[in-house]
Design a protein around this ligand. Structure first.
Ligand SMILES: [Zn+2]
Length: 370
């Protein structure tokens, strides 16, 4: 890497640590946010109820979502990514006023997911605070006094909150310790007629994925395989941000023939107009319209995305992506296949294109509302 790129990378990392990983960023944003109204209006349509279980999205900050998972028979609740304690407490008062909050599940260390833990630990001293064993022990400063993880998890760990059964899956690329949490109602209560749900933080969004802050195309290519292997297609996807519309504008640009993308984009346009949430989607839908999952397939949509990558990514970016992927695989012992490397390069190049993407203002075929 040239010295210019090294300096640029070092400055980028330092800025990111201050903005996303330190209490400074958290306190600055919460002070700025003040008492703004929620970014979307969560009505009954966005609340998922089946049998005794309810999933309630909690919008907060600019575009984040936390979630209440409530067992209405046992009066117990688990809360995912409670970064805004005021929004979480308000949602509890409205939707689960008599439930006891037994656990907080943090998807990753960034404060817009974990920054409320310290305050909520004061309010709920007997609750467990779950999170990765990795994220909270890395970095120049240990922030765990702020993030309060007291029940560290590894990928594959299973645990129960009351009778609600969760599995943590490790998805290391946005941060090394990123986890997604799979909630399986069938394991929680055999009578529950409800598909599983996965809470994905910044790993998987509707129509997109998180930035590769601490990983590469190799990590993302492995996560494509993990999601396909571990999640039933009917699993509901509950992401950490409302990024659906902008993700689908990019998806439409990279995969203009896709009917799935067009249909989902139309639906996202309607949600944007009515200020309502676009969540949840399903794993099957994501493998149909999300370019970061479609790219590694062998459908006509996959080929269109691959062709668009080949024709638009710069030679310099392509070389940089290939070099970092090869270096990672070599450092790991070089035991993986050429097939993985090919998917990793495609996925890494796709991420570069998304990072550089500026939505077209009025190109032919695009709805001007985009
Ligand atoms: Zn994040």
């Amino acid at each position: 890497m040239s010295s210019f790129r090294l300096i640029k990378s070092w400055i980028g990392n330092a800025a990111r640590q201050i903005l996303f990983e330190s209490p400074i960023g958290y306190f600055y944003t919460t002070a700025q946010a003040g008492a703004k109204p929620p970014h979307t209006v969560v009505g009954d349509a966005a609340i998922h109820t089946a049998g005794p279980f309810k999933i309630i999205p909690v919008p907060y900050f600019e575009d984040n979502y936390g979630y209440l998972v409530v067992d209405t028979e046992k009066e117990e609740a688990a809360i995912i990514d409670p970064a805004d304690p005021a929004a979480i407490m308000q949602a509890l008062r409205v939707y689960a006023p008599t439930a006891s909050v037994a656990a907080f599940l943090t998807t990753h260390k960034h404060w817009d997911h974990s920054g409320g833990n310290a305050a909520l630990k004061q309010t709920f001293p007997s609750a467990k605070f779950y999170g990765s064993h990795v994220d909270f022990t890395q970095g120049p400063v240990s922030y765990n006094s702020f993030y309060c993880i007291d029940s560290p998890l590894h990928g594959g760990d299973r645990f129960k909150v009351g009778r609600m059964a969760f599995t943590a899956l490790s998805t290391p690329y946005h941060t090394k310790g990123s986890l997604v949490y799979l909630f399986d109602p069938a394991l929680s209560n055999p009578a529950a007629n409800m598909p599983a749900s996965v809470f994905t933080g910044d790993t998987l969004f509707v129509g997109g994925v998180g930035r590769f802050f601490e990983g590469t195309g190799v990590d993302m290519a492995r996560i494509q395989s993990l999601l396909r292997a571990e999640l039933n297609p009917s699993t509901l996807v509950w992401p950490g941000h409302e990024y659906t519309h902008s993700n689908l504008v990019f998806a439409h640009w990279i995969n203009p023939s896709s009917e799935s993308v067009k249909s989902k984009l139309e639906s996202a346009n309607n949600c944007k107009a009515s200020n309502t949430p676009t969540i949840p989607s399903t794993v099957a839908e994501e493998f149909s319209h999300n370019p970061f999952l479609v790219v590694s397939g062998s459908t006509a949509d996959s080929w269109e995305i691959q062709a668009r990558i080949q024709s638009t990514v710069s030679h310099q970016d392509r070389e940089a992506v290939e070099s970092e992927c090869r270096q990672q695989l070599q450092a790991e012992g070089g035991g993986d296949s050429e097939e993985l490397l090919a998917r990793a390069i495609l996925t890494g190049c796709l991420r570069r294109l998304k990072d550089q993407f500026k939505p077209p203002v009025s190109s032919a075929g695009l709805d001007p509302k985009l």
